[in-house]
Design a protein around this ligand. Structure first.
Ligand SMILES: [Fe+2]
Length: 351
């Protein structure tokens, strides 16, 4: 790293209350790009910021300190792209007016989207239950106004992602996005119902002629395929009939399935798939099932190098700003009625 760049970098780190030695260690571990050198055109490596569950209490237009620290960290780390697994705003309450919903998205823009966009870091969203739940009653959306506002907000920002879309008819709810080396399928798992028509759409997305054999293939949706945290091992908190969907994703050669909603970082293997349950970036820490571990607010950095084909994941505790060790996580999460998930390595190869 050039000296002036390094000085600026260390100043930024100090601003986020991260010690130089911890971050240096983190950068060594992840093989990160020095600030300013991550190139959107660089197809030999990719660095992604993975975040989820930022929202505060219903109607909130501001964000807690862990979200602010996380945004600052992302701006320092300069990932090529941020993927957000949902719950960016605090809806899912029918009493909220349209102007309140708009104000929440304006708050998200001000605190999260605009600073990242200004730093040249686009965000790929997945819609969460608090952003625009897909729950229906008698064939109609229960939270239709939330979905409309999410659609309006992301429609305004679609231009920032436009050139990379493969399919965006139902953006921001379902879409396919590609850049060299990366193929992303975003699914609408804003409720437990990922219906048969969406499953067919996913199947055809994964067999798109635009997908290249070397692409890292990520599928992201808000609800996970199985249960990770206490209070979430019940109907409505995970995708219904997950085994059928898991089979489809497995056949489709998906490298990683990313989810939020359970507010607990847990990298796992389940149903023949590699899963990543993201911790909440905001409030609402939850205990991982069958353990004494309460998940702190966190974000994950994922780095991929084409040369080695190695993927490294580093998750940062947004309270201490320290990298988290997976050794403290239980070896498996197993609860009646849900597929078992086994803790996996944070370094892996495709295939
Ligand atoms: Fe959620």
């Amino acid at each position: 790293m050039r000296q002036t760049g390094r000085r600026a970098f260390l100043r930024l780190i100090a601003g986020a209350a991260v010690s130089g030695s911890v971050l240096d260690d983190l950068l060594r571990k992840t093989g990160s790009h020095p600030v300013g050198q991550a190139s959107a055109q660089n197809v030999d490596s990719l660095k992604l910021g993975l975040i989820s569950d930022l929202n505060g209490s219903y109607g909130s237009t501001t964000y807690g300190s862990s979200v602010q620290r996380g945004v600052k960290l992302l701006m320092q780390q300069q990932p090529d792209l941020v993927l957000c697994a949902g719950d960016m705003v605090a809806g899912q309450k029918r009493a909220l007016t349209n102007s309140q919903l708009k104000a929440m998205w304006a708050g998200f823009e001000q605190s999260v989207q605009a600073p990242l966009q200004k730093a040249g870091i686009p965000i790929l969203p997945a819609i969460g239950n608090h952003d625009g739940s897909s729950q229906q009653h008698q064939g109609r959306w229960i939270y239709g106004r939330e979905r409309q506002q999410a659609d309006l907000f992301w429609g305004k920002h679609r231009v920032n992602l436009q050139s990379r879309f493969i399919e965006n008819e139902r953006f921001p709810f379902q879409y396919v996005w590609r850049r060299p080396g990366l193929f992303v399928v975003v699914i609408d798992a804003s409720s437990a119902n990922v219906d048969s028509s969406q499953r067919q759409w996913i199947e055809s997305a994964l067999t798109s002629p635009h997908r290249q054999p070397d692409d890292l293939c990520l599928v992201m949706g808000h609800l996970p395929l199985t249960a990770f945290s206490e209070g979430r091992a019940r109907a409505g908190e995970c995708i219904a009939n997950p085994r059928e969907l898991a089979l489809l994703l497995r056949s489709g050669g998906v490298d990683l399935v990313i989810s939020g909603h359970h507010h607990a970082w847990y990298p796992s293997e389940s149903m023949g798939l590699r899963l990543l349950s993201l911790g909440a970036m905001g409030s609402g820490p939850r205990r991982i099932i069958g353990s004494g571990v309460i998940a702190p607010p966190s974000l994950t950095l994922l780095e991929w190098s084409r040369a080695s084909e190695l993927i490294n994941e580093t998750t940062i505790d947004l309270t201490t700003m320290q990298p988290m060790s997976s050794d403290r996580l239980p070896a498996q999460v197993n609860v009646a009625g849900f597929a078992e998930a086994r803790r996996r390595s944070l370094q892996w190869q495709r295939g």
